[in-house]
Write a new protein. Structure first.
Ligand SMILES: [Fe+2]
Ligand SMILES: [Fe+2]
Length: 136
């Protein structure tokens, strides 16, 4: 399987459940990338895209549950960003049914920036709050 996104220990936030979800998310991105690159498995693209969308929503819910429990000050801004990411994924799913080739490269760009920007910038903002609340 082609590897595009390399999971770095640097992405770890120090919370087991969340780190595992992020790492699994990266493996899904690689699965998607593999399917895009391998013409034979292009037909799986829609299935993987669905899986990714469902997984992303579940992951956002996990984070948002802790925002609520821990009364995280940056919750509103963060939830708003999750919402935009969700909309974008749904948008890709819709476009995918119309033009299967166009989506591939746009999607890779989007997912890469999602990974780098959201995980590395947004998610890191809640580390202090979650830690203070004893999450491990
Ligand atoms: Fe996250
Ligand atoms: Fe997040």
């Amino acid at each position: 399987m082609a590897t595009y996104f390399i999971w770095k220990d640097d992405y770890k936030l120090g919370f087991k459940e969340i780190d595992e979800q992020h790492e699994y998310f990266v493996s899904l991105l690689n699965k998607l990338y593999g399917a895009i690159m391998d013409f034979q498995s292009q037909k799986n693209l829609g299935i993987i895209l669905d899986e990714l969308a469902v997984y992303a929503v579940n992951h956002f819910e996990t984070e948002e549950k802790y925002f609520k429990d821990f009364k995280f000050a940056g919750a509103e801004e963060h939830i708003h960003e999750h919402l935009m990411l969700k909309e974008k994924v749904l948008d890709f799913k819709e476009k995918f049914t119309q033009d299967k080739t166009k989506i591939s490269f746009e999607l890779i760009d989007f997912l890469e920036s999602w990974l780098v920007d959201h995980l590395d910038n947004m998610d890191k903002k809640y580390i202090e709050c979650f830690r203070e609340n004893g999450l491990k």
